[in-house]
Design a protein around this ligand. Structure first.
Ligand code: GEK
Length: 246
């Protein structure tokens, strides 16, 4: 969806001092452009989350979008579930993101009221009566030792038959493959108009903030929480989206 407040991502064009990436005002202003040019398949993943939510949403349950940013996944779900008695709880701990999400909601009129925004850390959130839970490129920002507790909590808060969708940047145990897929990803970013300087500075800024794991790590954690039928339903280079059922 177009948003007049959004600008082109030029955050890493100039040489800058080292510093960790933060989800502040500057990032929120260019975020849609950043995601579309930085995550191969982002728009496909967002569109398919809506399709999956429509299929697995159960009446009188809640959809959770954890680490919702500007609500890309929430709005996709809303488009598929409009008119149904559903609540979409959209959670993010970046106040800059949540302010913009509140503005975007207004463009949807009454339907937008189905999205409830909560500005908080997802480690603190209560998950209850969920039939669809979305972690679209969010788990990767939690410390590795905090991830299991979150996945366990989600499982506990889900209705039987509910679906969990987890999208992540990933790494590969095979060094050669890992290098190939990361290089291919950087080529994708160049093709999307980012310079080599922007790519390397963003990579450095994310180094301590975004900690990717292997698909095997994710599978082990998700199945360990008792989810069944784990599968990768989308992958492009080192980006993947996984699905699991309670
Ligand atoms: C999308 N899902 O467009 N608690 C709450 N929010 C958090 C936390 C936390 N502990 N850690 C990070 N975030 C979105 C894209 S972006 C992905 C998600 C990316 C939030 C953070 O503030 C940011 O908005 C989001 O997770 C990650 O489908 O930037 O690569």
């Amino acid at each position: 969806m177009s948003n007049t407040l959004q600008r082109k991502d030029r955050l890493f064009t100039e040489h800058r001092l080292p510093g960790d990436f933060v989800f502040d005002e500057k990032v929120a202003n260019v975020f849609e452009d950043m995601l579309n040019r930085s995550i191969p398949g982002y728009s496909t993943i967002i569109a398919m989350i809506g399709v999956l939510a429509e299929r697995y949403y159960q009446e009188n349950t809640v959809v959770y979008d954890l680490g919702c940013s500007l609500g890309g996944a929430s709005f996709s779900v809303l488009q598929h579930l409009k008119g149904k008695p559903c609540t979409i709880v959209a959670i993010d701990n970046s106040a800059a993101m949540m302010e913009r999400l509140e503005l975007k909601k207004q463009q949807f009129g009454d339907a937008g009221e189905q999205i409830l925004c909560q500005c908080e850390s997802i480690q603190e959130s209560v998950i209850r009566d969920a039939s669809v839970v979305i972690l679209n490129f969010t788990l990767q920002f939690l410390a590795i030792e905090e991830r299991e507790a979150l996945i366990d909590k989600i499982y506990e808060g889900m209705a039987p038959g509910g679906v969990l969708i987890v999208s992540e940047k990933i790494i590969f145990a095979d060094e050669h493959l890992n290098e190939l897929l990361i290089d291919s990803y950087h080529q994708f970013k160049e093709n999307m108009g980012y310079s080599k300087l922007e790519i390397s500075q963003k990579r450095t800024a994310l180094e301590n903030v975004l900690i990717p794991e292997t698909l095997e790590d994710h599978k082990k954690r998700i199945l360990g929480a008792n989810f069944g039928s784990f599968e990768v339903w989308f992958q492009c280079f080192n980006f993947a989206s996984m699905i699991a059922f309670k």
